[in-house]
Design a protein around this ligand. Structure first.
Ligand code: ASP
Length: 465
């Protein structure tokens, strides 16, 4: 017999079926034993009675979270025992055969609650169990829906999805890089990408015009409560566009996504209001303003754009550094100042940030697409010619072979999905997150390397005193 899902059982009234899954609960009423059997679709009640002695006997030994296969008849429940809150609540399976597929020890954490009450250490150590709880199953499935929607949306708009390397080179995005020691080249290191920024720009020079990727980004930043060392962005880049085009596309995507997948949510204002950096700072004292008119309404989504950021700010060493993205172009009216390195503090960038309910959910910009302008940015930041060549020579060179004007954006999917799901942290919508201080408690990582691995990598660990 072929296995069917619990969700299919109501349509099989009067038929014999085979189902399999986990025993969510087990209630022993003496002559009758009930299991709620859970599979990826939901649960269904199964009944073992002494009328079927073999199955009934087998059911005695089974405990919750064991994995079993059950054969039985789908029967209508007596009227007063129907459960209208359950999709399969009008029927039950009268079991004729039970096979144990996998036994389970008592679980170290409860999984029949929403889980917020359980310490994070225990939840993350046993994440594969934590994920069994309904709330997390729903979050991970919702994440899949969001990503699927985005892919479809962008495909229809002629974007193509292109994978870019994970083993790459150090990139300046304002954070520290995760590095990988090279075995073949002693003393040399790869880095994990802080974002696919350079590759996506190079794909514009390669003529693809419309790129996107559900991209993993890696940043070795100091621990903060709701930060992850790796996170996922919807990374996109387009050629022959201006600020308005990228903003309009992003806005259409977000509105469509909310209306399709979260119809109960209310977007406070369409088109999304725009604030300049100055306005945001003057009115809200932050460049991530929470403009919600009703902060108690859990269904309210108040998107806004923040634009006109200063391009540069003073660094701790007293020089200039970029505020957002060194690859951004200045607003056209400031190009001359950039090229002449004049009034640097007043130069505004084409950067646009998208903010949702007071949290940044993405940012992007129009890029400099001439090597002269890009070089100026690094000169203003005090990079010597050789360092510019060494770090960005490939970009400058690429720009010299016919670069289209281009720009893009990268909404952060973890934050966006956690807000849409009404979750307090991004960890609730990531299957295997790390702790706030960057540890993987399940895999026990980071961990030490064996002496021979270190040797192969030409590394020696210096014990801190
Ligand atoms: N690479 C940028 C970031 O990671 C996004 C962009 O400008 O497209 O924030």
């Amino acid at each position: 017999m072929k296995r069917i899902l619990t969700s299919e059982t109501p349509s099989q009234k009067g038929n014999k079926v085979k189902i399999s899954g986990w025993v969510e609960t087990r209630r022993d009423h003496g002559k009758i034993v009930f299991f709620d059997l859970r599979d990826r679709e939901g649960i269904v009640q199964t009944v073992f009675s002494s009328g079927e002695p073999a199955a009934y006997e087998a059911a005695q030994a089974v405990k919750s979270e064991w994995v079993v296969e059950i054969e039985g008849m789908v029967q209508e429940r007596p009227e007063k025992l129907k459960n209208p809150n359950l999709a399969t609540g009008a029927i039950e399976i009268s079991a004729t055969k039970l096979t144990v597929l996998g036994e389970a020890k008592t679980l170290p954490i409860p999984i029949d609650t929403d889980g917020y009450e359980i310490g994070e250490e225990a939840r993350l150590k046993y994440r594969y169990l934590d994920l069994r709880r309904k709330r997390l199953h729903q979050n991970i499935k919702a994440r899949n829906e969001v990503i699927h929607f985005i892919r479809e949306f962008l495909r229809k708009k002629d974007f193509i999805e292109i994978e870019t390397p994970i083993i790459t080179k150090s990139t300046p995005e304002g954070a520290r890089d995760y590095v990988i020691p090279s075995r073949l080249y002693p003393g040399k290191f790869y880095a994990l990408p802080q974002s696919p920024q350079q590759y996506k720009q190079l794909l514009q020079i390669a003529g693809f015009e419309r790129y996107f990727q559900i991209a993993r980004c890696f940043r070795d930043e100091d621990p903060r409560a709701d930060r992850q060392p790796e996170f996922t962005q919807l990374d996109l880049e387009m050629s022959f566009v201006e600020q308005e085009d990228v903003m309009a596309l992003t806005e259409e995507l977000l509105i469509d996504l909310v209306k399709t997948l979260y119809p109960k949510k209310e977007i406070q204002e369409i088109p999304f209001p725009r604030l300049t950096y100055q306005e945001a700072m003057a009115k809200y004292e932050t460049d991530r303003p929470d403009i919600r008119k009703d902060q108690k309404n859990p269904d309210l989504l108040a998107f806004c754009w923040v634009v006109d950021f200063p391009f540069f700010e003073k660094s701790e060493q007293g020089g200039w550094t970029f505020t957002h993205n060194p690859f951004s172009a200045p607003k056209p009216e400031y190009m001359q100042n950039l090229m002449e390195q004049k009034n640097i503090g007043t130069i505004l960038t084409t950067q646009y940030d998208i903010v949702l309910n007071g949290l940044e959910v993405g940012g992007g910009s129009i890029r400099n697409h001439t090597s002269e302008a890009l070089e100026k940015v690094f000169e203003i930041m005090g990079y010597k010619k050789e360092r510019i060549q060494e770090n960005f020579g490939h970009m400058l060179q690429a720009f010299s072979y016919g670069a289209p004007p281009h720009g893009g954006i990268a909404p952060g999917l973890d934050r966006l999905i956690s807000l849409l799901q009404g979750e307090p942290t991004i960890r609730e919508v990531i299957a295997f997150p790390k702790t706030g201080d960057s540890r993987d408690l399940m895999m026990n990582s980071p961990s030490e390397l064996a002496e021979n691995q270190l040797r192969e990598l030409h590394l020696r660990v210096q014990k801190e005193k």
